[in-house]
Design a protein around this ligand. Structure first.
Ligand code: SF4
Length: 320
């Protein structure tokens, strides 16, 4: 994915440059699976979610959904995509039209797909019940509900077309712990009942650990590590993953992250994490690392993928 960039005056003069935001990202999701996308702010998580949903145009790449490819007939693909992919946006209040009653907001995707008013009313009641809200919420406006209730409304809206996949962008952000727990339990229950898949975008590793089957770790628009959730937390292979875990207080992790994530306009040469990596060598500063398989379904993009806990690795570089 590339974005136009440059100063406002430069852009007005037609001097538009492009910056690569996502590069070489590849993800697969099975039916009924929850994949967590984790990383710091600016790592590209939200951009990736938006690219999958067609809200950010891709300069190159492909998406295949249930056998239909975005590289085939675009109109067929995106029509199907809108039916098969539901979204939960970061800010639920911003996603709800303040002038629309909740029933109308929840069933708006149904209206777009030509479902009649009587059926929409019925479905609104069913969807509210599914997310644990009473029927009287149908007639309320967004300013009459709490943040936790707004999240539930966005879940109902995301599920309205019975999608195969829901992309949830920081669904627990801003919620207190008890409301977070209720929402995560609700999403688990919905998945158990419907086999919907979730792409769960979060910077909260505790949440990712609780709800995901697999985790992909993003840094500067690339996936640097992906594995089953239990393996990521028990045997993180990438120094960045270890540092993220350290920031969340995981025992045995490497020192906390220092420094800022670099600008996309000035990506470091070689391994893009080398400016912050405690293990960086001269090779890291000049040669981009390839992806290594260090366990079943466990990929790490590093010259020196770290050995599982307790085992020495011949690839670990000497300490500096
Ligand atoms: Fe660190 Fe080098 Fe691995 Fe990059 S390739 S994460 S700089 S050890």
């Amino acid at each position: 994915v590339r974005y136009p960039t440059g100063s406002l005056f430069g852009r007005l003069r037609g001097e538009v440059r492009e910056v690569t935001v996502l590069d070489g990202v590849s993800l697969t999701l099975d039916q009924g699976e929850t994949l967590g996308l984790v990383g710091e702010s600016g790592s590209g998580k939200t951009t990736l979610g938006r690219a999958i949903g067609g809200m950010t145009p891709m300069a190159a790449g492909s998406i295949t959904l249930a056998g239909i490819s975005a590289t085939g007939r675009q109109d067929v693909f995106w029509r199907e995509m809108r039916r098969q992919v539901g979204f939960m946006f970061q800010d639920p209040m911003a996603a709800l039209d303040p002038r629309m009653r909740l029933a109308a907001s929840i069933t708006e995707p149904l209206a777009v797909n030509g479902i009649g008013r009587t059926e929409r009313r019925r479905r609104a009641g069913d969807l509210l019940a599914e997310v644990g809200l009473s029927p009287d919420f149908a007639e309320r406006f967004p300013h009459q509900i709490s943040g936790g209730q707004a999240r539930r409304v966005t879940v109902a809206r995301a599920l309205s077309l019975r999608p195969r996949l829901v992309i949830a962008d920081e669904p627990t952000a801003g919620l207190d712990l008890s409301v977070q727990g209720e929402l995560l339990n609700l999403l688990n229950a919905i998945q158990a009942a419907s086999s919907v898949s979730f792409l769960f975008i979060t910077h909260n590793l505790a949440v990712a650990r609780h709800v995901t089957d697999r985790v992909a770790v993003m840094y500067l628009g690339r996936i640097v590590e992906s594995a089953r959730t239990a393996d990521i937390f028990a045997r993180p292979g990438h120094p960045y993953t270890r540092a993220l875990l350290s920031a969340h207080g995981a025992p045995g992790a490497t020192p906390r992250l220092t420094g800022e994530i670099p600008s996309l306009k000035r990506r470091p040469q070689g391994c893009e994490f080398h400016t912050r990596c405690p293990l960086a060598t001269d090779r890291c500063r000049s040669e981009p690392p390839a992806e290594h398989l260090i366990g079943p379904q466990h990929q790490v993009r590093c010259h020196f993928p770290l050995a599982p806990a307790g085992k020495a690795s011949p690839q670990v570089p000497p300490a500096h």
